[in-house]
Design a protein around this ligand. Structure first.
Ligand code: MN
Length: 218
């Protein structure tokens, strides 16, 4: 193999609670409309037949409490607080808080024109991921609260057991389409209450049993 003309582009890594090792991210799968109240607030029917997905590049990851630069080409950048599942080669490695940042205005145009969502969803810093908690320490997924506050005001607030498609159901379905393994991240969808952020805002995402995600919009 020859030398690379522009050198190596390292994949992003996530911190792991109580561990000095880090988790390398290779793919990011996102589930759409996985909470009924959110599907309804976006004007969609609730579809329980099967999950659907879009993806983000690993180079869209923002970690370790870094600031979120307000993205270009949008007037309506939304927060979507999500429960994040990180896989190993044998199953689930751990969980984290995540934010699926979205150019909602561009997504609305894409939906109307039946175009792909990429520029609305997969842009630099749009996949904000917190530190991972190992699955055995988190325990069973159930009635844990998931919430997002912006400048101290609660915007999103639900429990993980209100997902339309559970984590095991998502994994079983997604594995029909992809050979899943270590480095694969799944953002499992957002509860109702999505909304716009502005420069100067502070977002605090919380899920019971996981470390908070704190991000400033700059
Ligand atoms: Mn989402």
């Amino acid at each position: 193999m020859g030398n690379l003309v522009f050198g190596q582009q390292a994949l992003p890594t996530l911190a792991i609670e109580a561990d000095t090792a880090r988790y390398e991210v290779r793919r990011i799968f996102c589930v759409g409309r996985n909470y009924a109240e959110h599907a309804l607030e976006m004007g969609n029917a609730v579809d329980r037949s099967a999950p659907f997905y879009f993806t983000k590049s690993p180079f869209a990851v923002l970690t370790d409490g870094a600031d979120f630069p307000y993205p270009p080409e949008t007037q309506d950048c939304h927060h979507e607080m999500e429960f994040v599942v990180a896989l190993s080669d044998d199953g689930i490695f751990g969980y984290a808080c995540g934010l699926d940042m979205t150019r909602r205005d561009l997504q609305a145009i894409a939906k109307e024109k039946r175009r792909p969502w990429d520029v609305a969803k997969d842009f630099e810093h749009s996949a904000i991921l917190g530190a991972l908690t190992p699955a055995e320490r988190f325990g069973d997924i159930g009635h844990q609260a998931i919430s997002l506050r912006v400048n101290g005001e609660t915007r999103q607030n639900a429990t993980l057991d209100t997902m339309i498609h559970s984590v095991p159901a998502i994994l079983q379905d997604l594995a029909k389409f992809y050979t899943l393994g270590a480095g694969d991240i799944i953002m499992t969808g957002t509860p109702a209450g999505v909304g716009a952020v502005q420069r100067g805002d502070t977002m605090v995402g919380s899920i019971d049993g996981l470390s908070d995600l704190v991000v400033n919009v700059v």
